[in-house]
Design a protein around this ligand. Structure first.
Ligand SMILES: C[S@@+](CC[C@H](N)C(=O)[O-])C[C@H]1O[C@@H](n2cnc3c(N)ncnc32)[C@H](O)[C@@H]1O
Length: 272
């Protein structure tokens, strides 16, 4: 069941929260049987947060989700005791909405490529010519793009994003990185013809349509890389296990579809 949950980080985070709450609750109960000492609510909340963060790590959640797990219950306790103004809750809701704008329409929530996966992409890209062009479709706050842009200063990196807060963060973070541009643009309105490598980490929902788009626009010899999500009916040319407990992988297709555009396309084998 855990393997099936791998595409739903919010559910895994909830599992970590429930596990930590049950464990801390059991400890508080046992402690109450043994003596008069009682932890404060805040101390219990902090212990719960710490445990939830460790469980989230064990479940393979990213740093962002671990942080959410660490802070969730302590923040609730603090907010409950501090008589915070109601607009603050509205603000938090608005921020979450601005980060997850696409969860509803596109069925693509925000979760981030793991640092280890970014390292594997750096290795894969070694076989590209120095001035290759890479695009991240739905770049989030651009952590992956900036990691790659620093590793390959002569290459060009582009990110497109439509969640307003993710876009703003990505755009600001990329300001100092000359070879990385961020656009507020839907991936569906982005022409893929000029890229040597197209990367996406989306969800199962858009993959069939993305495959059709890639086949129409990507020149022969270029690479489509999907983190975790397959294209039904199209076996990847290469599959690289990411070595996490979720058994996820990078799926690589060498584009064979647009024969007319083959002339100008880079033809380097990404694996070398
Ligand atoms: C799972 S996150 C991946 C973030 C980043 N690529 C990474 O790997 O760390 C997917 C991102 O795609 C964005 N997204 C979803 N649909 C999109 C669309 N039609 N156009 C642009 N971005 C989109 C979401 O807002 C989200 O930030």
């Amino acid at each position: 069941m855990l393997v099936r949950l791998r595409h739903y980080p919010p559910l895994l985070a909830l599992l970590a929260q429930l596990g930590a709450t049950l464990l801390i609750g059991a400890l508080i109960y046992l402690n109450a049987q043994l003596g008069p000492w009682r932890p404060t609510w805040l101390a219990a909340g902090l212990a719960q947060g710490l445990l939830a963060m460790l469980l989230a790590g064990a479940l393979g959640l990213t740093r962002g989700w671990r942080l959410v797990n660490l802070l969730f219950v302590p923040a609730l306790l603090l907010a409950g005791g501090a008589n915070l103004p109601s607009w603050l809750f509205l603000l938090c809701f608005a921020l979450l909405l601005l980060l997850n704008w696409n969860s509803f329409g596109e069925r693509v929530p925000l979760y981030l490529t793991a640092t280890r996966t970014a390292g594997q992409l750096v290795e894969l890209l070694k076989a590209q010519p120095a001035n290759f062009r890479f695009i991240d479709l739905g770049c989030g706050p651009a952590g992956l793009l900036l990691h790659l842009a620093k590793a390959y200063p002569q290459a060009q990196f582009v990110g497109v994003e439509t969640a307003p807060l993710s876009f703003a963060l990505a755009w600001l973070r990329a300001l100092g990185q000359g070879n990385c541009q961020i656009h507020y643009r839907s991936l569906w309105r982005t022409d893929l013809a000029s890229f040597s490598v197209v990367y996406c980490f989306l969800s199962p929902a858009p993959m069939p349509a993305l495959w059709r788009k890639a086949c129409e626009e990507m020149p022969v010899g270029t690479w489509l890389i999907s983190n975790s999500f397959a294209v039904p009916g199209h076996t990847p040319d290469q599959q690289i296990a990411l070595g996490d407990w979720r058994a996820s992988s990078l799926l690589l297709w060498r584009m064979p579809c647009n024969a007319t555009a083959a002339a100008g396309a880079p033809s380097t084998n990404i694996i070398g």
